[in-house]
Ligand binder design. Sequence first.
Ligand code: PEP
Length: 251
Amino acid sequence: MARKNIAAGNWKMNTSISEGTQLAKALSTKTVADGTEVIIAVPFTHLQSAVEATASNSKVFIAAQNCNENDKGAYTGEISVDMIDSIGATHVVLGHSERREIFNESNELLKAKVDKVLEKGLTPIFCCGENLEIRESGKHIDFVKGQLTDSLAHLSADSFSKIIVAYEPIWAIGTGKTASPEQAQEMQEALRAHLAEHFGAEAAQNCSILYGGSVKPGNAKELFSQPDVDGGLVGGASLDAEGFGQIIDSF
Ligand code: PEP
């Protein structure tokens, strides 16, 4: 997959079905520049209405926020990749820091989820990022490289080429504290170089690496102008149609 500009929204556990449908409908008429894709990661209960509401806009894609790593069976309360696929969603967010921290998702579990999503032909949006303590220790780049190695290094270059990476420093998520454009660039350049070691320069160059952490209409342009920042994974600001629209226009 060639490198694209991507504005991805993560609604987390927010919106009623009518609020969500309205938000998705607002995106159906949004003009999106060539070379840019929009993805919204909605709650499982909203997948179908979001797919239907955005069907007329070929630049908008729908993602689940998580999935189970098994095909099917006795896993009460879980959602399989086949279920997500059968609704028409095309992407799955994996390893968001809230899943890692609150639900104890390990690099090993995420490796299995990445494999399952790829096996079923959907696109993983693989999240990685360090907490404040790790950043202050100065070991943040090695830590995040390790997350990529543990969950992705087993892939072939061809499989890896289907993945979107999202760097999300935990200290910047939902805190209003954004990484500076230089901090985002430093990390994402290092991650791309690390990916090149595993998968080759071409695959690494073609990989879209997003930044996430308090992206807003007011800071998106500066962040996205960095050479290794190919877009954003946007939480809070994606819940406002107008503001998210401005972020989509920030490339
Ligand atoms: C996120 O949910 O991935 C995120 C980055 O949230 P926020 O934009 O609200 O910091």
